[in-house]
Design a protein around this ligand. Structure first.
Ligand code: AMP
Length: 215
């Protein structure tokens, strides 16, 4: 069984690519950000903890111990009969070590690379549908509704310049070391995230096929 991890800085497009790959291969999309926002909305036990972290400062990571308890429960709830596409997890070495122990699947890790200039310009023009979560890159200022579900579009607080800077700092400090971690496990595949969504998706598909034919 094969699972995939998407690494990349904020606004690298990894969320879009992870959802796309999960759909194409019939795998489970495992986005911890989406899962955590759903818990916060429900105001569940975990949700209240997550909300507290975000209220203290958008861009801060939730503590490893809490995240691991939450992810362990999620994996048990979903089961491991199908492969996963992880987005936003793991984000620290401790989380990666936990996953190595917990997961029964082989891992391929895509690292989506984009320049800091692209991160800043993409975040500035990115809007998200409040209803279905679809992301619109380069959305014109007057674009207010989602063409998929008709929901209202918002410029997320996570995409404001101060929060983007903070998220990038956190990424560089805590998540970037995972690149070397997975390189040494021979699981890492580098992806150029600068081209448009369709071209990046094509490159990912090619790499998936290459790895399949090599195994
Ligand atoms: P995302 O949508 O992936 O950017 O996640 C939104 C927020 O949820 C992050 O800024 C963190 O506060 C929290 N979060 C999501 N995944 C993790 C994780 N693996 N470890 C710690 N915090 C996380």
């Amino acid at each position: 069984m094969q699972s995939f991890i998407f690494l990349g800085p904020p606004a690298s497009g990894k969320g879009t690519q992870a959802k796309d790959l999960a759909e194409k291969l019939g795998l489970i999309y495992f986005g911890t950000g989406d899962f955590m926002r759903a818990e916060a909305k429900k105001q569940s036990h975990f949700g209240q903890i997550f909300q507290r972290v975000w209220d203290e400062g958008k861009g801060n990571l939730v503590d490893d111990d809490i995240v691991l308890e939450f992810v362990k429960a999620k994996i048990e709830e979903i089961g491991q009969e199908k492969g996963f596409v992880f987005d936003g997890f793991p984000r620290t070495i401790k989380q990666a070590e936990f996953l190595n122990q917990e997961l029964k699947h082989n891992l391929t890790v895509f690292n989506i690379e984009v320049s800091e200039d692209s991160i800043v310009s993409r975040s500035g023009t990115r809007k998200v549908c409040e209803n279905c979560g679809k992301i619109f890159f380069k959305a014109p200022v007057d674009k207010r509704n989602c063409e998929v579900c008709g929901g209202g579009l918002i410029h997320r607080q996570e995409d404001t310049p101060g929060v983007v800077k903070k998220r990038l700092e956190v990424y560089n400090l805590q998540t970037k070391p995972l690149i070397d971690h997975y390189k040494s496990n021979n699981a890492l595949v580098e992806i150029d995230g600068e081209p448009n969504i369709e071209e990046v998706a094509l490159e990912i598909e090619e790499k998936v096929n290459e790895r399949r034919s090599n195994n």
